[in-house]
Ligand binder design. Structure first.
Ligand code: PMV
Length: 355
């Protein structure tokens, strides 16, 4: 019997606290600024991907949630698969392995998301991270997560950060070929295990403007983006990394909320403008602002930090001791009505990716 070449890997979503928005190279997916995120570690928001290579497969094929998704030549999916095959060839040549053929076989890939796809819940991040990780297992590649992040990045920029657990930076790099635009871990989850995330699903509809076309429009038209890239993000990256290393929630929270606000301001500064948040999103912001104001007025510090990606759903970062109170507050102010506030999905520790 011939051997079976098959591997499965799973990766969680990550939610940025310093947002990536803008590409300086659209083919290689090189960003206009560095970004930083927290990888969520629970079973609810994950992609799980199985890859199989076999001499009998006539072409590469992919199924997403059970439905075949065409792998178009030159697409990001095709790029990730061919880059992984190239890595396998390199390793085989380097190590003089006896069994070089597997990189010549076509692959069949099946991927499942256990949450709504393309609803502003970072499904492309976990999806491409799991894809690259499963091919790395299939090809037994002895490479670091940072090396894999170079390839996941070419699937979806934010995917490069899901190759690590904990607190992760995507360094924008300066090389035109993209060899230094990769993810690094700022701190593992165990460094600050009290950090939790509450996901409030305001809507699980597909988003209106995709991140790809939104970013392109912003890069072409927003003067505010140029200011953000040059004067705001580099300093925020440094300060929030330090805040994470020092477990300083006040600084972490102020920077996280300011950066979410600026990302949505940049979207509004785009021509024509892009609106990702809705009235419920804005009402959640008002609630968190008031909640923090009361805590500070009573001599405490910040207790919660909201952030929004390219969609209306809120992610609230808070320390474990405050999460229950915040969840109760959200549910009492936003009883679920059809078409409005859908669900508080649950509590998510910031955790290690299982890749
Ligand atoms: O990787 P993409 O193309 O899905 O873009 C993600 C953009 C944001 O989620 C809005 C920000 C980020 O850094 O994740």
């Amino acid at each position: 019997m011939s051997p079976v070449y098959q591997a499965t890997a799973s990766a969680p979503v990550n939610i940025a606290v310093i947002k990536y928005w803008g590409k300086r190279d659209t083919k290689l997916i090189l960003p206009t600024n560095s970004s930083l995120s927290v990888t969520l570690d629970q079973d609810h928001l994950r992609s799980t991907t199985t890859s199989r290579a076999d001499a009998s497969f006539e072409r590469d094929q992919l199924w997403l949630n059970g439905k075949e998704d065409e792998i178009k030549p030159g697409s990001r999916l095709a790029t990730c698969i061919s880059e992984m095959k190239r890595l396998r060839k390199e390793v085989v040549e380097d190590k003089n392995l006896a069994e070089p053929k597997i990189s010549q076989y076509n692959v069949h890939i099946a991927s499942y998301n256990n949450f709504p796809t393309a609803a502003g819940l970072a499904s492309s991040a976990s999806g491409f991270a799991a894809l690259v990780a499963s091919l790395a297992h299939l090809y037994a590649l002895p490479v670091s997560p940072s090396t894999l992040s170079l390839i996941a990045r070419q699937g979806s920029g934010s995917a490069c950060r899901s190759l690590f657990g904990g607190f992760v930076a995507w360094q924008m790099g300066s090389d035109a070929a993209g060899t230094d635009s990769l993810a690094v871990q700022v701190a593992p989850q165990e460094h600050w295990p009290q950090m939790q995330a509450l996901i409030c699903v305001v809507s699980d509809d597909k988003k209106g403007t995709s991140s790809t076309s939104g970013m392109q429009r912003t890069v072409e038209t927003s003067p505010l983006l140029q200011h953000r890239i040059k004067y705001v993000v580099p300093e925020r990256m440094e300060r929030i990394s330090k805040a994470i290393l020092e477990r300083d929630f006040d600084t972490f929270a102020t920077i996280t909320m300011a950066d979410s606000n600026q990302f949505h301001a940049v979207a509004l500064d785009t021509e024509p403008p892009i609106f990702y948040m809705n009235d419920v999103s804005r009402a959640i912001i008002a609630l968190i602002v008031e909640y923090n104001r009361l805590s500070i007025a009573n001599g405490g510090g910040y207790k919660a930090a909201y952030t929004y990606d390219a969609g209306p759903n809120a992610v609230i970062y808070a320390l474990e001791e405050n999460i229950k109170e915040i969840a109760q507050l959200i549910v009492s102010y936003f009883p679920q009505k059809p078409g409005e506030f859908k669900d508080v999905l649950g509590l998510f520790g910031a955790g290690a990716a299982d890749v």
